[in-house]
Design a protein around this ligand. Structure first.
Ligand code: XMP
Length: 518
């Protein structure tokens, strides 16, 4: 792989995705990785990410300088560029001149290998305080800006490169080209990472892992589990049984969609388990978000274990093989955000990662564990899953359970479900589905406000709309939904759902707000 060294910025995932868009497999590793560990992974290249702090700050994320001696083609970005400059004998200065946002950069000469074919003047995206004042010996300066004399450098002989700006963000006009020049031209890495290869590789791996055992798959109706299930089905056919748990936290019509559309398009054998009463029973009296997530995660697994026991009994009766494996649609961002990839902070326990109980009785098959959402969609399409399912907006495993702020009850679920159906209805009717990454609808069940309806005073609950635009759910901005669409939604909810007397729109980006409210 190409290793993306994470210096603690949100940028590492974006870099990893851009590298894959260039057809090269990438993995994120923490900046604490040692030279020996790097050598063991045999990377074909390395990219050092940006980071939040100055290289001189107390507790600034460090890096084993010996890694630069391993002869691995390396590109440093922003903080990583400065780490590189310092480690190799260059000079990094506190200039006091902060550059933030779109900045004009000028190429010194022809741009060398790294900036080959790019215009002499271009717009790049900057975010830094310190600057490289002098490039290390043997390095050639490729670009500069008004306040940064060394904005990019290169040492072709050692295949070491660096840019002060962020080539991974779309605001850098020739950013992707910088990455591709580094990967393909400088490091000579071919572009051969694509969905066809991923499927072939996974199918082989799954067959080897499973043998002739039987497998069950957790199907939620979302893209991730739909694709992971189809992928495992492709590998082992009828050794797989898909299990759909109706935990009572689903949206309107969701169960029917899974039972009909998905089964028709994939031919997967499906069992639906009715577990609403169990889940809602266990959630009684619980308002703490992490506790809800843990309970829902645990009950998921308990439910599967029960299905396993039932199926084992059934298999024994007919002399079949045991069920040893559980498929989960865990994605790479889940792994990274749960602290599994990089040692970054645990922000939320996603139910399919951090929420797993210790006494788990299955071996897991997680064929999407190394993939980003857009890659999963591409694989789904390649596997012939209809666009209506592959293109579906994300919906969290804990479902409406984490969209009721406060205790989850059957009545509150009903209020939220009816409100949510109106929102989805109107957003789809307005043609906004592709513009919006997802739009959680949240019920503030413990909040009441005074309203007036007809001649009467009401004392009802607010509904929050959380429409967001995002590329990967790691960062997001609130979507500017047209006022007339918002007006229609507000009007319909307050008229049709009498428990709700106020509709508000969440206008917070991520960060600082997460997409879900819990
Ligand atoms: P946050 O709220 O962390 O959400 O900004 C990021 C994305 O993840 C989804 N999400 C989940 N998905 N299990 C899931 O499968 C979970 O426990 C979970 N929590 C959040 C959320 O909908 C958004 O797309």
């Amino acid at each position: 792989p190409v290793l993306v060294i994470d210096f603690g910025a949100q940028y590492a995932q974006l870099i990893a995705r851009r590298v894959r868009e260039a057809g090269v497999y990438s993995e994120i590793v923490p900046h604490t990785i040692t030279a020996a560990e790097v050598r063991a992974q045999q990377p074909v290249g390395m990219i050092l990410s940006g980071g939040p702090s100055s290289v001189y700050a107390d507790g600034a994320p460090g890096f084993d300088g010996e890694i630069f001696e391993l002869g691995i083609p390396t590109l440093g970005i922003c903080y990583g560029f400065q780490v590189m400059a310092l480690a190799l004998g260059g000079e990094v200065a506190h200039t006091g001149k902060r550059e933030y946002g779109s900045t004009d950069a000028s190429l010194g000469g022809d741009g060398g290998t790294l900036l080959a074919g790019q215009p002499a003047e271009q717009t790049v995206w900057m975010s830094h305080g310190d600057s490289v004042a002098e490039a290390p010996q043997g390095f050639q300066v490729l670009a500069s800006t008004a306040s940064t004399p060394v904005a990019a450098f290169a040492n072709d002989e050692r295949c070491l490169y660096g840019v002060q700006w962020h080539p991974e963000v779309k605001h850098s006009a020739f950013g992707q080209n910088v990455l591709e020049n580094f990967l393909h031209t400088a490091a000579g890495i071919p572009s051969d990472w694509n969905s066809g290869n991923v499927i072939a590789e996974q199918v082989e791996r799954i067959r080897a892992q499973v043998g002739d055992a039987r497998v069950i798959s957790a199907l939620s109706g979302g893209v991730d589990s739909a694709v992971s299930t189809a992928l495992v089905h492709e590998a082992i056919g009828d050794q797989l049984t898909a299990v759909f748990v109706d935990h009572g936290l689903l949206r309107q019509g969701e169960r029917e969609q899974v039972e009909k559309d998905y089964v028709e398009s994939t031919g997967v054998r499906l069992i639906t388990v009715d577990a609403a009463d169990t889940f809602i029973g266990h959630l009684e009296g619980v308002s703490d978000p992490e506790q809800k997530r843990k309970i829902i995660g645990r009950e998921f697994i308990r439910t599967f274990e029960k299905v396993q026991r039932d199926l084992v009994d059934e298999a024994r009766a007919i002399g079949g093989a045991p069920i040893k494996f559980l498929v989960q649609g865990t994605l790479y961002p889940d792994v990274v955000e749960s602290g599994g990839g990089t040692g970054t902070a645990n922000i939320k326990s996603h139910h399919n990662v951090g929420g797993l109980p210790d006494d788990l009785d299955f071996e897991l098959i997680e064929p999407l564990r190394a993939l980003f959402k857009d890659e999963v969609r591409a694989i789904g399409r390649e596997l012939g899953i209809p666009d209506a399912i592959v293109g579906r907006q994300p919906f969290p495993g804990p479902g409406l359970g984490i969209r009721i702020i406060g205790e989850v009850t059957a009545e509150r679920l009903d209020v939220l479900r009816r409100s949510d159906a109106i929102v989805r209805d109107e957003l789809t009717a307005a043609g906004l589905d592709s513009e919006i990454w997802q739009c959680p609808v949240v019920l503030l069940a413990d909040v009441r406000s005074v309203g007036v309806q007809g001649d009467g005073r009401t004392y009802g609950h607010p509904i929050v709309l959380r429409p967001v635009s995002s590329e990967d759910a790691m960062t997001a901005d609130w979507t500017r939904v047209p006022y007339d669409v918002l007006a229609r939604i507000s009007n319909r909810i307050t008229n049709e759902v009498h428990e709700v007397n106020r509709v508000v729109v969440d206008i917070t980006s991520k960060p600082p707000g997460t997409i879900e409210w819990e």
